[in-house]
Design a protein around this ligand. Structure first.
Ligand code: NCD
Length: 321
């Protein structure tokens, strides 16, 4: 018998990346997240669409905000959330990953939210389990919920993404946030620039559909959004910048460099920030121009939306079966 359920507006079993999603699917997740913003500001923050569901946060890499955000998202929708941090060592990588996944799979979770230091590891894991998987960041590859929360934050302030000039600045080479944001913003019709020293850009980055700049004043000219990235020292082998002082001088965001962007340009950073390295403290804390606090707030709403659609799809599969 054909299922009576309407087709899902997010017809995917997992959320592994932004790459491959349509503008309609991205918009659907943002719209649904928007519907949770008020709930997250109310005194009673709890509703029940994930009641009875088990969500496991499986983090092979340390994280504060992303893990907390997924945990709150699951709990606010009434699900049971378990956090697991697994110490990762390259020595036992493949084995640890698959063994852990199979063990957890045997406990019948509904959604696994997974962070792993190796690009591609979350996809590998998703092939082995029966539940839905959300990529909470894999190596330098993708971090889809970060791009979605960034997009929702921008859309709430600017009313749209289409046509906006977004400058992504700093350590693009090591950044899964940059990759997911480039994919999302291009799909939604924004104009994306990357601004970084040559040492911090991947080869042939322009193939991703971005304009490349090596000078902040050129790259920030007339930008609507200035998105700063952390210098990700833990992912660097060797020296990528001469010194922190020099890096801040040329690539750190301060009011002097921001002056060339649009008068109403807004500042973003996925966190954690290195104040005085990629961003001046005063700029980061500027309540009129910095969206950093709102990004964290939208993170919970976006993760609620993602968990809810994936759980609905699981229910659809069970009924159709
Ligand atoms: C980012 C990450 O882990 O990729 N942080 C985050 O999720 N908020 C960015 C970073 O580590 O610099």
């Amino acid at each position: 018998m054909p299922s009576a359920l309407p087709p899902s507006r997010f017809p995917h079993r997992h959320l592994l990346g932004i790459e491959g999603l349509t503008a309609g699917e991205i918009t659907h997740l943002m719209d649904r997240a928007e519907s949770f913003v008020a709930q997250n500001q109310a005194a009673d923050k709890k509703s029940g669409s994930l009641r009875g569901r088990t969500i496991i946060n499986l983090f092979f890499e340390s994280s504060t905000r992303t893990r907390t955000s997924f945990e709150l998202a699951g709990k606010r929708l009434g699900g049971d959330v378990i956090n697991m941090s697994v110490e990762y060592s390259a020595m036992k990588k493949g084995e640890t990953l698959i063994d852990t996944a199979m063990t957890l799979n045997a406990m019948n979770p509904d959604v696994l939210c997974v962070r792993h230091p190796e690009s591609g590891a979350v996809k590998l894991l998703s092939d082995k389990v029966n539940c839905a998987v959300v990529n909470a960041g894999d190596g330098t590859h993708e971090h889809p919920t970060q791009a979605l929360l960034d997009a929702l934050t921008i859309r709430r302030r600017k009313g749209r993404l289409q046509g906006l000039v977004v400058a992504i600045c700093g350590d693009v080479l090591h950044s899964r946030v940059a990759r997911s944001n480039i994919a999302l913003l291009n799909t939604m019709g924004a104009r994306v620039r990357v601004v970084a020293p040559r040492t911090l850009l991947p080869a042939a980055i322009e193939r991703l559909g971005v304009a490349v700049f090596h000078d902040m004043r050129a790259g920030l000219a007339d930008a609507d959004i200035v998105m700063m990235l952390r210098l990700q020292n833990e992912r660097m082998s060797g020296s990528f910048v001469p010194s922190v002082r020099e890096y801040f001088h040329f690539f750190g965001l301060d009011y002097a460099k921001l002056a060339v962007a649009k008068a109403d340009a807004l500042i973003m950073h996925p966190g954690p920030m290195n104040r005085g390295v990629e961003i001046d403290s005063e700029v980061a804390d500027d309540i009129d121009r910095s969206l950093i606090r709102q990004q964290v707030e939208m993170g919970v709403a976006v993760r609620m939306a993602c968990l809810e659609v994936l759980a609905e799809n699981l229910a659809g599969r069970n009924e159709a079966a």
